[in-house]
Design a protein around this ligand. Structure first.
Ligand code: MG
Length: 338
C-alpha cells in the first residue's frame, strides 16, 4: 500500500475550553491516505500530548517507520494494527489514523459501508451530546440558546464556580446534561459536588478525579447516585479490569486507544464486566467522527460532535441533525473531500 499524508489546520466555530487547557480556536489534523489498486482509504490523526506525549512530529516518525508493517494487504487489519499498537504504544492516535484508513480502504474495496463491514446497526447509534465549553456564564447562556433543540448537552466542569454554572445551565435548557470534570476535582470534593448536583438532574459525570486513583473512583461511586464514567482512566482495553467495581462505565476514543480494532476490544471487555460504554472523540473532523460513529452503534452514549464544531471540515458525508447521527451509504466511511 502507498501511504500519503496531508496536514490541515481546522477552525473551531467557538473557542473550546476545558479545565486542563487554555481556550483554543484552531486545531490541527493529519490525514492519512492509504492507496491500493485504485482505492484510497482515509484516516485522521489528532495526537494528544496528555497521554504519551504524542505530537505530530512523533506521528511523522511513526508513519515513516510503520510502512513495512502496513505491507500490501489491506485485509490483514488485525495483524497490522496489533503489531502497530504493540510497537508504537506511545502513538495511539497515529496508529488510529492508519487503522481508520485500513478500515475505510477494506470496506471500499468490498463496496460496502463500513458499518456493514463491521456488522453493526447504524440505527443503534445513540443520540450525541453537544459540548458547551467553559466560559463566562452569560456567554454559556447565549451558547445554550444557539443549541436549542439539541437533546443532550455536555458541560465541561472543573472550575471554582462549577455549581453555579450547572445550576444556570439547568435553568436555561430542557436538554439532558452530562458533566465532564476532566480530572478537575479531589475525591471528597467530587462526592459532595456530585451529590449536590443531583437536584439538577445530571445524566452522568465523566472523569471526576485525576487518573490512576481507582480507590478514589470506588469511593465516589459508592457514595453518589449519579453514574460515573471514566475517560482519562480508560485509555485502552488493558485499563478495563482495573475499573471494574470502581465506575459505571467507560468512554472510548479512537485517538487514545489506537483505532477501531482496539475500540471493538474495549467494547467487548467492558460488556464482559457489565460496564456501560460511551463513544467519544477528540477534536477531529468528519473522518474521525464517522469512524467513531461506527463504534457508537455498539455503545450506550455518544459524544461525537467535533465535526459540527469545525467550520472548515475538509470532508463531508456524515450528518448530525440535533444529535441524531446518520452515516453515509457510500462504501467505507462514505466521505467525500470538499
Ligand atoms: Mg472527557
Amino acid at each position: 500500500m502507498k501511504l500519503l499524508t496531508e496536514f490541515r489546520t481546522l477552525k473551531l466555530k467557538h473557542p473550546f475550553t476545558t479545565s486542563r487547557k487554555a481556550p483554543r480556536v484552531l486545531t490541527d489534523s493529519l490525514y492519512v491516505y492509504l492507496e491500493h489498486e485504485g482505492y484510497t482509504g482515509i484516516g485522521e490523526i489528532r495526537p494528544q500530548e496528555y497521554y504519551y506525549n504524542e505530537t505530530f512530529k512523533v506521528s511523522g516518525q511513526v508513519l515513516k517507520s510503520a510502512l513495512n508493517i502496513i505491507g500490501d494487504d489491506p485485509f490483514l487489519i488485525e495483524d497490522i494494527t496489533s503489531e502497530l499498537k504493540e510497537k508504537y504504544y506511545y502513538a495511539p492516535a497515529t496508529v488510529a489514523g492508519i487503522d481508520i484508513a485500513l478500515h475505510d480502504l477494506a470496506a471500499k474495496i468490498l463496496g460496502v459501508p463500513l458499518y456493514k463491514y463491521l456488522g453493526v446497526n447504524p440505527e443503534r447509534i445513540p443520540l450525541s451530546s453537544i459540548t458547551v465549553g467553559l466560559d463566562e456564564i452569560h456567554v454559556m447562556i447565549r451558547k445554550l440558546k444557539e443549541l436549542e433543540g439539541f437533546p443532550i448537552i455536555k458541560l465541561k466542569a472543573g472550575l471554582e464556580n462549577d455549581m453555579e454554572i450547572i445550576k444556570t445551565v439547568r435553568e436555561n435548557t430542557k436538554a439532558k446534561i452530562r458533566v465532564d470534570a476532566n480530572t478537575g476535582w479531589e475525591v471528597n470534593e467530587a462526592v459532595d459536588m456530585i451529590n449536590e448536583m443531583e437536584k439538577y438532574d445530571i445524566e452522568f459525570i465523566e472523569q471526576p478525579i485525576a487518573k490512576g486513583n481507582y480507590e478514589g473512583l470506588k469511593k465516589i461511586k459508592d457514595n453518589v447516585n449519579i453514574p460515573v464514567i471514566t475517560d482519562e482512566d480508560s485509555v485502552d482495553s488493558k485499563d478495563i479490569p482495573n475499573l471494574v467495581g470502581c465506575v459505571d462505565g467507560i468512554n472510548i476514543k479512537l485517538m487514545k486507544c489506537g483505532g477501531i480494532r482496539e475500540a471493538l476490544k474495549m467494547v467487548k471487555a467492558a460488556r464482559t464486566f457489565g460496564l456501560q460504554v460511551m463513544a467519544g472523540m477528540m477534536l477531529e473532523s468528519s473522518v474521525g467522527t464517522a469512524a467513531g460513529a461506527n463504534i457508537a452503534a455498539l455503545t450506550d452514549y455518544a459524544d461525537l460532535d467535533a465535526n459540527i464544531l469545525i467550520s472548515n471540515d475538509p470532508f463531508t458525508g456524515i450528518s448530525n441533525n440535533f444529535g441524531k447521527i446518520t452515516l453515509s451509504e457510500l462504501p467505507g466511511l462514505g466521505l467525500k473531500a470538499i
